[in-house]
Design a protein around this ligand. Structure first.
Ligand code: HEM
Ligand code: HEM
Length: 184
């Protein structure tokens, strides 16, 4: 059992859990909007909400990366082999690059080629990423959909690994992303 008490900074924790909640909500809204269109999304309300919330990740990721590059993070537990530590770091890099950057950018790209507006948090309209192009609509749609499903699996794996660290390995990995209890 690893009893290390090193944690992510409070700001990193807020950014992680805030963006995780936004991400999961956006993912569920995307699925509901598309696959329950007639029952739940007849006037595209869910699509508009999906785009309004998901696009805020584009701003938050800039803050998060700036914070990540300027603040230390806790070391991984010593019981993890160098290979597993490398795999964990690669997994985090994949989460940043694919789930938090490529996926929202692919949605932005899709709406741009479709000439549809994106109202960030329902307030500010994002400029188009590229000029509208009906010929690219099908490709842009497939890129966003496949990336979304790939990321669903990636996040599912990330959550399972975090729970395994806590319940099976009984190490400090999940605690490092949780606030410090006042008695610590
Ligand atoms: C600027 C950001 C984004 C824009 C503009 C955007 C746009 C869209 C649009 C227009 C749809 C189709 C909805 C419909 O047909 O009614 C969609 C579907 C979807 N989006 Fe996004 N999206 C963005 C970010 C994200 C993010 C960050 C996630 C994941 C958290 C995500 C996950 C999904 C999923 C799962 C679907 C359904 C895919 C399917 O057809 O199975 N999107 N998105
Ligand atoms: C219930 C859901 C989640 C749990 C329990 C969870 C748990 C954790 C834990 C314990 C860590 C600490 C480091 C480690 O894994 O080794 C972490 C890091 C991370 N998580 Fe999550 N997470 C969740 C959801 C998400 C979501 C939805 C995303 C992004 C879309 C995400 C992105 C990340 C990233 C990028 C890191 C690396 C942090 C860094 O070192 O900079 N997580 N997560």
């Amino acid at each position: 059992m690893d009893t290390s008490s090193a944690r992510y900074t409070r700001t990193a924790q807020w950014l992680h859990w805030g963006m995780a909640a936004l991400w999961i909500l956006s993912w569920v809204l995307g699925i509901l909007a598309t696959h329950w269109r007639e029952a739940l999304n007849p006037t595209h309300g869910l699509t508009i909400l999906h785009k309004a919330l998901a696009s805020s990740l584009l701003i938050l990721i800039v803050v998060r990366i700036a914070w990540r590059l300027t603040h230390p993070v806790p070391a991984l537990p010593s019981h993890m082999s160098p290979l597993m530590q490398r795999a964990a770091h690669m997994g985090h890099l994949l989460l940043y690059v694919v789930a938090l950057i490529a996926l929202p950018v692919s949605g932005w790209y899709w709406s741009s080629v479709a000439d549809k507006p994106i109202l960030l948090l329902g307030l500010v309209q994002l400029p188009p990423l590229v000029a509208p192009d009906p010929d690219l609509y099908g490709l842009a749609k497939i890129i966003h959909q496949w990336t979304a499903w790939f990321c669903g699996a990636l996040i599912g794996g990330h959550i399972l690994v975090a729970l395994k660290h806590h319940w099976v390995d009984k190490d400090s990995v999940l605690r490092s992303m949780l606030p410090k209890p006042s008695s610590d």
